[in-house]
Write a protein that binds this ligand. Sequence first.
Ligand SMILES: NC(=O)c1ccc[n+]([C@@H]2O[C@H](COP(=O)([O-])OP(=O)(O)OC[C@H]3O[C@@H](n4cnc5c(N)ncnc54)[C@H](O)[C@@H]3O)[C@@H](O)[C@H]2O)c1
Length: 359
Amino acid sequence: MRVLVTGGAGYIGSHTVRALIEAKHEPVVIDNLVYGHKKVIQNIFKTPLICGNIGNTNLLKSVIFGTHNELISTNHEGKMIDAIIHFAAYAYVGESVKQPLKYYKNNVSESINLLDIICSNDVISRRSSSDPIPIIFSSSCATYGIPKETPITENTPQNPINPYGKSKLMVEEIIKDLAISCNLKSVILRYFNAAGASPDSVIGEDHCPETHLIPLAIKAAFESKPLKIFGDDYPTFDGTCLRDYIHVCDLANAHVLALKIFEKKQVHLKHDYKNNDLCKIYNLGNGSGISVKQIINIIEKVTQKEIKIIIEKRREGDPTSLIASASKIIQELGWEPKYPNIYDIVSHSISWYTKSSFQ
Ligand SMILES: NC(=O)c1ccc[n+]([C@@H]2O[C@H](COP(=O)([O-])OP(=O)(O)OC[C@H]3O[C@@H](n4cnc5c(N)ncnc54)[C@H](O)[C@@H]3O)[C@@H](O)[C@H]2O)c1
């Protein structure tokens, strides 16, 4: 399939672009490069990268119809996109609390622009199936807020407690409405904690600023800088929060599997909120809670370096535990994580860090 990957120059997006190429799909990336890395997409994966916002209607249309300048004289020239994987978003929870409008504008308004185009008559009339371009949407465990049950299933009530989580839930709701109004086919994937790097250390996690525990702890180990832990008085076995880490390559492969839903010709059209076959929703995690201190211990073991920690008070809105049940995607799509072991996840991150820092 010809797949438009929004935010494809980012962390999860770039791993997915690679998985798409390996599965013989033909990706095209649109990314505003506020956080993404151009070199990975253009130089390593030799994939067209259109630099711009998904809120730019003309730009987006030209990419979807294959008429954008960057697509001329490529395999994509004049050909329409078959499916969209929508990663493009800002994803800093703390920042979203301080600047909510930045999140509602970028994550919600710009997504509305994208959805508006893929559901427009202009697009639908040019598709042989006469329906909108199907979409896979990156949602988050942040939509569950402080969960009332563990593990979290897709039916666990969603009560996001910050603008980032709310922005993701809003887009989920809009997508569900569009299934009813115009038969939009979609897959909503709710990721838990994406982590790790490609096992060959070609790509990895490079957020700037970095807020995720594993890369921060690796940096602390190699640079002998102290690492802050926010709260060691949670009701867990060692007092620190539990999170469910999923290898970024397993996450990427889940997107390739999800695309298969769109390839199936016979999709039942059920205009029913509760039993909406056009919108499939799946959690993505490994189903095990690893504590902050456990992560630090593993990194110390693998690197043979000590990490100095500073205990700070709890951060507001940090749930004690966020653990997924991913049974649904395992049963329905046959998703099988290749790297569920936290040692593999951490080791791949460390290898990538050492390769990219010391070469
Ligand atoms: N990293 C995680 O653990 C995690 C967990 C749950 C959900 N998610 C979601 O997964 C997606 C990808 O996360 P990531 O960690 O790869 O983040 P990332 O910041 O590395 O990637 C997002 C990319 O989107 C681009 N972008 C942002 N807004 C854009 C816009 N309006 N137009 C075009 N490009 C835009 C950025 O430049 C960046 O390259 C996000 O939607 C995020 O909310 C991530």
